[in-house]
Design a protein around this ligand. Structure first.
Ligand SMILES: *Cc1c(COP(=O)(O)O)cnc(C)c1O
Length: 391
């Protein structure tokens, strides 16, 4: 099998699983109890908190564990809207956010908030000047993702953060795709809230976090006990948190090497596809992109058909419409960068890890070339196109 869907999820690293295991069995204590079994668990949770904080230059007490990236996004946006509603009801975000952000914003619109969804350019980049123009006296929150999960584009977060700070507006970023993959510093980038999720960096599923800068007043999201400084109730997912910490430690240790290896593989695969498969188009900025992200549109064919044929060759990838599978709508991200519906439907996302090899990239390029040709040979659209070309 060749796994090229690391933006969807990753395998938990062996050292992560090993770190977690004792916390299911012998170290099962509830961190809120006072006997040593409980305080051992509490200590482990706080060590993990320190590891996670360290990856973004935050302080330990600014990290709040959640049940994943979606919860962190929901919390940041809804609780902020509620806390600052008397100051204003305007929120700025972008057209290319993950659904955890977009659908939360749509929910708030129904509750009387006003949303501005910023456009992106053909490469997927937000224009900081357009953001500045969109700011109003009643703007209470700016939420712009750090890096996009489909096309891998890395947004100008530092510039956006500076503009938010200049205007005294809170800045949240969904960094689920960036956290542990590329360097982040919440102070240098003026980030007030940041969402991350362990399963995108070789940690376990169902555990994530929201970074909340000291001094930011937002409401608690889950009401109940006093866990997470009374801001997120519920007995801690101790094994998950320990796994998240181990994944953060590992990410910090291998980041530099991982970036270098993935970037090389990425650019090699992009180069082969561009050279060898006609009527293909790279989606997303060529260099301001996540090290492991390759996203192409192939004219005249369907992404879903490509996925099925790649699967038969043991290759796991994703299409532009994977998140909306079951619906016929093409990806909102690909439409936002200006692709036609047909072109967006013919998209393929391949997201690499440091475990992939150049040989695998060769296999993928070879198989993809055959698959695209085969599908085009069956495509009436392609037949039409060829006939017109010959006429
Ligand atoms: C995966 C992902 C999420 C959701 O995270 P979960 O932990 O799966 O809830 C949110 N935003 C982005 C950009 C993602 O890639």
């Amino acid at each position: 099998m060749i796994y090229l869907d690391n933006a969807a999820t990753t395998a938990a690293a062996p050292e992560v699983v090993e770190a977690m295991l004792p916390y299911f069995t012998e170290n099962y204590g509830n961190p809120s109890t006072i006997y040593s079994l409980g305080s051992e668990a509490k200590k482990a949770v706080n060590e993990a908190r320190r590891s996670v904080a360290g990856l973004i230059g935050a302080r330990q007490e600014e990290i709040y564990f959640t049940a994943g990236g979606s919860e962190a996004d929901n919390w940041a946006i809804k609780a902020c809207a509620e806390a600052y509603a008397d100051k204003g009801k305007h929120i700025i975000t972008t057209k290319i956010e993950h659904h955890a952000v977009l659908h939360t914003c749509q929910y708030l619109e129904k509750k009387g908030f006003e949303l501005t969804y910023l456009d992106v350019d053909a490469d997927g980049l937000v224009d900081p000047e357009a953001l500045r123009q969109a700011i109003r006296p009643d703007t209470i929150l700016i939420s712009v993702m750090f890096a996009n999960n489909e096309i891998g584009v890395i947004e100008p977060i530092e510039q956006i953060g500076a503009i938010a700070k200049e205007h005294g507006i809170l800045f949240h970023t969904d960094a689920v795709q960036a956290f542990g993959q590329i360097p982040i510093n919440v102070d240098e980038m003026h980030i007030d809230m940041l969402s991350a999720s362990a399963h995108k960096l070789n940690g376990p599923k169902g555990i994530g976090m929201l970074y909340i800068r000291t001094g930011v007043k937002i409401k608690s999201f889950i009401h109940g006990g006093a866990q997470e400084r009374s801001r997120r109730a519920g007995t801690e997912n101790v094994p998950g948190i320990v796994g998240f910490g181990a994944a953060a430690d590992r990410a910090a240790r291998i980041m530099e090497e991982k970036i270098q290896k993935e970037t090389e593989l990425r650019d090699y695969l992009i180069g082969r596809i561009e050279k060898e498969i006609p009527y293909s188009r790279l989606n997303g900025h060529r260099t301001k992109r996540l090290p492991g992200n390759v996203n192409f549109s192939f004219e005249f064919i369907e992404g879903e058909s490509m996925l099925i044929m790649l699967d038969m060759k043991g290759i796991c990838a994703s299409s532009g419409s994977a998140c909306t599978s079951g619906s016929l709508d093409p990806s909102h991200v690909l439409l936002a960068i200006g692709l036609k519906h047909e072109t967006a439907h013919g998209s393929l996302r391949m997201t690499l890890s440091e475990q992939n090899t150049k040989e695998e990239m060769d296999t993928v390029a070879e198989e993809l070339k055959k698959i695209v040709q085969k599908l085009r040979d069956m495509s009436p659209l392609y037949e039409d196109f060829v006939r017109k070309q010959q006429a």
